[in-house]
Ligand binder design. Structure first.
Ligand SMILES: [Zn+2]
Length: 147
């Protein structure tokens, strides 16, 4: 039952991630069942309730989950920049069990998933530093811009 619940939460989060922010409903708090309070901040819409929070109307998450997700953004973007989005995705697929690119949406990850992706991304980074994973032929212009 817990597994089914997690799976449907994940599907719900992925569904939300495909919607525009303004089309998403204000998240409901999983702890008290009330609709979260919402504030516009310079980082976007922030929803808060019972010590849980989220950005841009994604499901509310606790501090541990936010902490686990925190480093993924910069890690994903630097790897994706170094390898190109397509190769980055295929390298990640070799390391994490996933079917679709949407599963790499950071704002939908729970703590466990975020940790799993972080380990995979760090493994990929190590392999690149060791020279075992090399970027495919760069697009024209990329090489010329390199110092
Ligand atoms: Zn609440």
């Amino acid at each position: 039952m817990a597994v089914n619940l997690l799976r449907s939460e994940k599907a719900h989060a992925e569904h939300l991630a495909r919607m525009k922010v303004e089309d998403r409903p204000v998240p409901t708090c999983p702890r008290c069942g009330f609709v979260a309070s919402e504030n516009t901040t310079k980082y976007g819409l922030r929803s808060d309730c019972c010590g849980l929070w989220s950005w841009n109307r994604m499901p509310l998450a606790d501090a541990k989950t936010h902490e686990a997700r925190k480093h993924l953004g910069p890690l994903f973007s630097s790897l994706s920049q170094a390898l190109g989005a397509v190769q980055f995705y295929s390298e990640m697929r070799k390391r994490v069990d996933m079917k679709r690119a949407e599963e790499m949406t950071i704002s939908t990850m729970n703590e466990v998933t975020a940790k799993k992706f972080r380990a995979a991304a760090e493994d990929l980074l190590m392999e690149m530093m060791a020279g075992n994973v090399v970027a495919n032929a760069p697009k024209s212009g990329t090489a010329a811009r390199r110092k």
